[in-house]
Write a protein that binds this ligand. Structure first.
Ligand code: COI
Length: 401
């Protein structure tokens, strides 16, 4: 009998699962049974995975334990994560993946990711659809392709677009009770790709792991949707020409922590980085892209290798053009910013965040914020599409049912 059949489960396990078996449950049960072989969670993850508890709750529509009105961008652990591995014999492919209970993972102390930062991540959001069952994802194939591009740069194999999107959908459905109610936030998905195999000399790791975990989130900045205050750092840089600023490697993020902490300790929301060569052109903020608006022209730094090609950035460029704005992707100087009417940031986590002030060399520059700004218009249009509140004429949303 097939391992995934409920009848193949031991009696004790069948009574634990009761009548509410669903696909997630079966997969997780099969993982427990198989002990890591035959298509279950890979053995090396198994020993540290939490055991199934007595009540699987992945069928529940909403989690009652959460204060949905006060979601920030903190980590609330959810029920399941998705794990898929590529070993040397898989020749760069990821033969199969599985849902596992969310929990700690085991890594070799000499894994490529721990020793040489051979790792990438993505950020995505799933929203609960209004008025009917199901959820929506926003342009998930773009995340898949960006991961593939980053993997090429970091010498890693990557899942196919189809594998990536299917894995994200499975992760959403398995954690459906953690998708916030309409208007309260989103289920944030964090796909990771890492060199999990052991390596001592500097070289690509022999084995790779793709993993997706999820957490319900609200607004990214503590300001909520209120305008943010940035400080320009002309000492620390986020990226350099020829480096990895243009891919979403984990190695781009720890280096900004020093400047970010200093900025926060002085009351700023975050840091705006300048280019490392001329110290004059805008790059991006620690966790998002930046735009400046002057009259009918919107400008944002071109993605020439040091700027992350944001999916929200790309979408906002299209939405601004639809509204008749001229959008320029080019070098944007600090003088352009100082002269701007409006400044805003974009990203999956931050969405569209209006910038109230930017402090540069001790001078505070203020910008227009409020209801009649382009940032507000873009925020409303974008989130209406993402949340399924308006018709998606762009074909950007993907249903998860
Ligand atoms: C996102 O916007 O999803 C990101 O990955 C940025 C992260 C630093 C929160």
């Amino acid at each position: 009998m097939a391992a995934s059949s409920p009848m193949a489960l031991p009696a004790a396990m069948r009574s634990i699962f009761g009548a509410r078996s669903n696909r997630v449950l079966l997969l997780a049960a099969r993982d427990l049974q198989a002990g890591g072989g035959g298509g279950s969670c890979p053995r090396r993850w198994q020993s540290s995975l939490p055991q199934l508890d007595h009540t699987d709750r992945s069928d529940e529509e909403s989690c009652g334990e959460i204060d949905w009105d006060n979601l920030g961008f903190g980590l609330t652990p959810t029920d399941y994560m998705y794990v898929m591995r590529s070993s040397p014999e898989d020749l760069g492919g990821f033969p199969r993946g599985e849902l596992c209970r969310y929990g700690n993972i085991e890594l070799s102390p000499s894994s490529g990711v721990l020793n040489y930062a051979q790792g990438l991540f993505e950020g995505m959001k799933a929203y609960r659809r209004p008025g009917r069952a199901g959820y929506t994802l926003f342009r998930p194939e773009e995340n898949a392709r960006r991961m593939q591009h980053g993997a090429e740069r970091m010498c890693m194999p990557a899942p196919s677009v189809d594998q990536f999107v299917r894995a994200v959908k499975e992760t959403v459905l398995a954690n459906r009770r953690w998708v916030p109610p309409q208007g309260k936030g989103a289920l944030y998905l964090r796909p990771l790709l890492m060199g999990s195999g052991p390596i001592l000399g500097l070289a690509p790791a022999p084995e790779y792991t793709f993993l997706i975990y999820a957490a319900p989130v609200g607004n990214y900045f503590k300001e909520g949707l209120a305008p943010i205050n940035l400080v320009v750092d002309d000492e620390f840089h986020r990226a350099m020409p020829g480096g990895t600023g243009g891919v979403k490697t984990i190695a781009n993020y720890a280096p900004v922590l020093r400047a970010q902490l200093d900025a926060k300790s002085k009351g700023f929301t975050d840091v705006l980085y300048l280019d490392s060569v001329h110290k004059r052109y805008l790059e991006e903020v620690s966790s998002c892209n930046v735009f400046v608006v002057k009259g009918g022209v919107v400008a944002t730094p071109a993605t020439m290798g040091t700027i992350l090609p944001g999916i929200t950035r790309k979408s906002v460029i299209e939405l601004a053009r639809d509204r008749g704005y001229k959008v320029e992707e080019r070098l944007v100087s600090i003088d352009d910013l100082i002269d701007a009417d409006e400044v805003f940031c974009t990203g999956t986590a931050v969405v569209v965040a209006p910038v109230s002030t930017v402090t540069y060399k001790g001078q505070r520059h203020a910008f227009r914020t409020g209801s009649d700004t382009l940032a507000q218009e873009l925020y409303t249009t974008l989130t209406s599409i993402q949340m399924g509140l308006t018709e998606d004429n762009k074909g950007w949303t993907v249903a998860v049912d």
